[in-house]
Design a protein around this ligand. Structure first.
Ligand SMILES: [Fe+2]
Length: 229
């Protein structure tokens, strides 16, 4: 498996490239519109053909590069079925792996940040989107988010993976790149080290975060795989 972690600084968002070395087929998890050209250059440099863009959820803070990449490379846009996104080619569901050449990416349904959120597991790595961040987690106060639901998702679907599974988050605002299931289970201040669901719900209720600046543009655009109107 070929793997690259890519960063978009405006939204501090990570995009992940995974590819089958044998077949040269590739997928991008959570591509960002502003960095489509960079992603295409990387695919070309590595001699890969883009088969899928894959979303973890409907993002509120940036517009996906999915539609633009599909226009330019003819790939398929995979979006969680529960996102009900227009123009999606693949409806992602837990239990239905996405095949990228000889690789199989396993969707894990992890709602709570949003009600459509999926994480993805492949070969000792889990891409946790905004469900689990390094020493944190995504907010739960819009897009049908729910703190108790997020607590159960993280504990049942992510913390149940082997300790040495690498955790690759959807964002990091402090230049951290990777964690592990064992590390988050032990020291995530919101969700780890024995924090109860009641404590977690209280932490999330007290955050009082501002609205994402791009939300009014990003959410409608992402509901159509990133086609801007
Ligand atoms: Fe998000």
């Amino acid at each position: 498996m070929l793997f690259r972690q890519l960063f978009e600084p405006q939204s501090s968002a990570y995009t992940y490239l995974i590819a089958c070395e044998e077949s040269g087929e590739a997928a991008l998890i959570d591509p960002v519109l502003e960095t489509v050209e960079r992603d295409l250059q990387l695919l070309d440099d590595l001699g890969l053909s883009l088969r899928f863009t894959i979303e973890t959820h409907i993002h509120a803070d940036h517009v996906t590069g999915a539609s633009r990449l599909r226009e330019l490379r003819g790939c398929k846009c995979a979006v969680p079925q529960r996102s009900r996104a227009e123009h999606a080619d693949v409806a992602v569901r837990e239990g239905e792996p996405i095949r990228i050449g000889a690789l199989e990416l396993q969707p894990l349904y992890t709602p709570g940040h949003t009600d459509d959120h999926h994480s993805y597991f492949i070969e000792g790595r889990v891409f946790t989107g905004d469900a689990l961040l390094i020493d944190g987690c995504g907010r739960t106060d819009f897009q049908n988010g729910d703190a108790a639901t997020l607590y159960r998702s993280v504990h049942d679907k992510i913390f149940s993976l082997p300790c040495d599974t690498l955790v690759y988050p959807g964002h990091d605002y402090q230049k951290r790149h990777v964690s592990s299931v064992g590390q988050e289970r032990e020291r995530n201040p919101r969700l780890g080290s024995g924090t109860t669901v009641e404590e977690f719900v209280a932490i999330m209720a007290g955050l009082n975060l501002p609205r994402p600046k791009k939300m009014d543009v990003a959410v409608p655009a992402n509901r159509t795989c990133g086609q801007l109107h």
